[in-house]
Design a protein around this ligand. Structure first.
Ligand SMILES: Nc1nc2c(ncn2[C@@H]2O[C@H](COP(=O)(O)OP(=O)(O)OP(=O)(O)O)[C@@H](O)[C@H]2O)c(=O)[nH]1
Ligand SMILES: [Mg+2]
Length: 472
């Protein structure tokens, strides 16, 4: 996400960081660098100009104060950060729920922008927050659209209201209306209406979306836009605003967006908030859009807040505590514990996505590491450990040749892979013992994901041990 833009921002600030005292010409230089970076990132010209002139004005006005600071470049950095947050929409917005349920959310956007996928993600998101959503399939244009939504609904366990099979040429307005009626009489508290997209912005598409909108009067009409659309973002958004009218924006496919153009242009030019961000094909690659976290990513500072939230969701506190107690009590870390950790890590999402949230993730060195990560390794490792018996997981020493062969067959991996895993695990176990016996923290061996099999849960303990040692 935003790799190339973030790299440019980081390099602009590296130059500025080298200056002790910041002059007006240094400000001109960084403004120019940022301007070019944004234009290369497909941010709309008017948005870029406004942004740069605000940064310039604020920095020049604050220059006498800035000069008193010991870290002058950081003051400029804060100004740029604040302006980035502002341009991305200021404080994060939330869904506006209706006073009288159901809350109706309608999705509109170009073909392939990710509306149907988003409907599924949003349904899951709402459900996890304790709502009772209903999905309505009002895209009767594409032959497969109803089936696509039905399958998505099934996979997230959310009811889909769709026209009767064989009635696929029906009227989307009627389906949307009957969906709302169905929600009311069956006490669903939220309704998500998926609509048809077209290749370009055309009259027919706009009319249909407008007709659906006026028939169901949604609480939120969301304009769904592919972040990789770049320069076209503003024009398309404007056409949807004129033709249908919308309340907020959803940016999809942020995972593939290195440039940040649409993200930065849309909020500023439409003056509408970006409500959600979709960043992958998995149903969980979805969250509210947080302008401050996005600004932080663009500036190369990562997104520690999201990372911490995901860790908290994935790692169950009981298990982390149990692991910590085991460690302190001097018990061996077993492959069963390892399996638990692997499962928690997988719940957090792909390893490369997690690493991307770290500060400096877009530096050349980190990028190389991230690109080298094989996300499937976690899956393969988990399959191997799951093919072991509980006894084997507790005491890998009993793993003789025939047991290893059985495990390899059971997990669909090779015996060499099983051997490697057992070897790596024993080495890690030995390292844990050394640490416990006061040998210090030798650092995680090897590269993620296979080399550091303990995930995050053990780290606080390691730090505690280290601190204790120093005090002695
Ligand atoms: N990488 C990535 N792919 C996505 C994301 N959201 C959707 N997609 C993919 O984009 C493609 C189109 O998504 P749909 O949800 O069918 O788009 P749509 O707007 O409903 O398309 P129409 O119904 O044809 O108008 C699918 O292959 C999705 O898997 C995302 O956030 N990241
Ligand atoms: Mg669709």
């Amino acid at each position: 996400m935003f790799e190339s833009l973030s790299e440019r921002f980081s390099s602009a600030f590296t130059t500025l960081r080298g200056k002790g005292r910041i002059s007006e010409s240094d400000l001109d230089a960084i403004c120019e660098e940022i301007r070019v970076a944004l234009l290369d990132g497909d941010v709309a010209l008017a948005v870029v100009n406004g942004f740069i002139s605000r940064i310039r004005e604020r920095s020049i006005a604050a220059l006498p104060e800035i000069r008193k600071s010991t870290n002058q470049w950081q003051e400029i950095h804060s100004i740029v950060n604040a302006e980035l947050v502002e341009i991305l929409g200021g404080p994060a917005r939330r869904i506006r729920f209706a006073k009288n349920p159901p809350t109706v959310i309608m999705l509109a956007g170009l073909q392939g922008s990710g509306k149907t996928t988003l409907a599924g993600k949003l349904a899951l998101f709402l459900k996890e927050q304790g709502n009772t959503p209903l999905l309505v399939a009002a895209d009767l244009q594409r032959p497969n659209a109803v089936t696509q939504l039905t399958l998505l609904g099934e996979s997230v366990g959310v009811k889909v209201h769709a026209p009767e099979p064989g009635n696929g040429t029906g009227d989307p307005v009627a389906v949307a209306k009957s969906g709302i009626e169905f929600a009311k009489s069956n006490f669903y508290n939220t309704v998500i209406v998926d609509t048809a997209g077209r290749l370009g912005v055309d009259e027919e598409l706009m009319n249909q979306a407008r007709d659906i909108k006026s028939a169901i009067n949604p609480n939120e009409t969301l304009f769904v836009v592919d972040a990789m659309i770049g320069q076209d973002a503003i024009r398309t958004a404007q056409a949807f605003e004129d033709g249908v009218g919308f309340d907020a924006v959803v940016l999809t496919k942020l995972d593939g967006d290195a440039k940040g153009g649409a993200a930065l242009s849309i909020a500023e030019s439409t003056k509408k908030a970006i409500l959600f961000a979709s960043s992958g094909e998995k149903l969980t690659d979805f969250d509210y859009f947080y302008p401050d976290r996005m600004a932080s990513r663009i500036l190369g500072l990562g997104d520690i807040t999201t990372l911490a939230e995901q860790a908290k969701k994935a790692i169950d506190e009981g298990s982390a505590k149990r692991m910590e107690e085991k460690f302190i009590a001097g018990e061996d870390f077993t492959l069963e514990d390892f399996l638990e950790q692997l499962q928690a890590m997988r719940k957090m999402g792909s390893m490369s996505k997690l690493l991307e949230m770290l500060p400096g993730a877009n530096s050349a060195a980190m990028r190389k590491q991230i690109d080298a990560v094989d996300d499937d390794e976690l899956v393969r490792t988990q399959a191997i450990v799951q093919s072991m018996t509980p006894g084997e997981r507790r005491d890998p020493k009993i793993l003789n040749g025939s047991r290893r062969l059985r495990i390899a067959k059971g997990s669909g991996r090779t015996v060499t892979e099983v051997n490697k895993l057992v070897e790596r695990f024993s080495a890690a176990q030995k390292m844990m013992k050394q640490m416990r016996n006061g040998g210090g923290f030798p650092g995680m061996p090897g590269a993620f994901p296979g080399g550091a099999p303990f995930g995050g849960a053990m780290r606080p303990v390691q730090r505690k041990k280290k601190a204790k040692k120093k005090r002695r």
